[in-house]
Write a new protein. Structure first.
Length: 239
């Protein structure tokens, strides 16, 4: 398997400006995503300034930036602000707030106002159906299915993603189905074979992408060599 054999677009997921700069000119990367948790992990103190730096760095490639309010009216206000920062901005709206109140009516309003939306934290087929309904009249939008977290529960995310793609196709809508929270490079193969349009990969996973299609015998030998060198360098002895 070669990366060129895949039809899916790869978006880089993270908030480190250094890593974003490194990948901004990489033709393999078609877009970027981040979220408040990733911002916090990167010790970002000024959300607006950091977000604007990302937008400028990756332009004209798309970047998804997330609202962080729990109040629907404030979410709307934040979405308007985020969208105003650049034509390449897609506003991430969670499928519900923390009180499990649906954000679908808000999403419909944003779509009517021609704001590009990325519906995030989608886990179930019921959520998929509601999100697709809310996004159906959009010119361009994304539905992010958290496949890695779904798999963490022992449930096969391919089933949910495949159904999402089928439902989207039946609606003939402009919604892009995104495989989110990837855990390994094999997720690229899974997402591509069920017809997802986009997959997000962390910068750690992007560093492993050259392993795709690697000869397993060669990989085995490299692994044995690594173990040998590390053991030798450690000075371990058995007496």
């Amino acid at each position: 398997m070669n990366i060129k054999d895949l039809k899916i677009d790869i978006y880089a997921d993270g908030s480190s400006l250094k890593e974003i700069e490194d990948y901004s000119s990489n033709n393999l990367i078609k877009g970027f995503t981040t979220n408040p948790s990733l911002m916090k992990m990167a010790n970002v103190s000024d959300y607006a300034t950091h977000s604007k730096e990302i937008i400028k760095t990756v332009s004209p490639k798309p970047v998804s930036l997330e609202v962080f309010s729990d109040d629907l009216d404030e979410m709307y206000h934040q979405a308007k602000i985020l969208s105003s920062w650049g034509r390449n901005v897609q506003v991430k709206i969670p499928i519900t707030n923390t009180k499990n109140v649906s954000c679908c009516e808000l999403i419909k309003v944003l779509i009517e106002e021609k704001i590009q939306v990325n519906v995030t934290a989608v886990f179930t087929l019921d959520q998929v159906e509601k999100a697709l309904d809310a996004l159906n009249n959009s010119q361009f939008s994304i539905l992010s299915i958290f496949s890695g977290r779904i798999a963490d529960t022992g449930i096969d995310p391919e089933i949910i993603c495949k159904k999402a793609v089928q439902n989207r196709n039946e609606l003939s809508s402009n919604v892009k189905i995104l495989w989110a929270s990837s855990r390994e490079i094999f997720n690229l193969i899974q997402a591509d074979r069920v017809g997802c349009d986009i997959i997000t990969l962390s910068y750690g996973l992007l560093g492993k992408i050259n392993n795709l299609g690697k000869d397993l015998n060669r990989y085995s030998l490299e692994t044995v060599l690594m173990f040998y060198k590390d053991a030798k360098a450690s000075g371990y002895k058995l007496t």
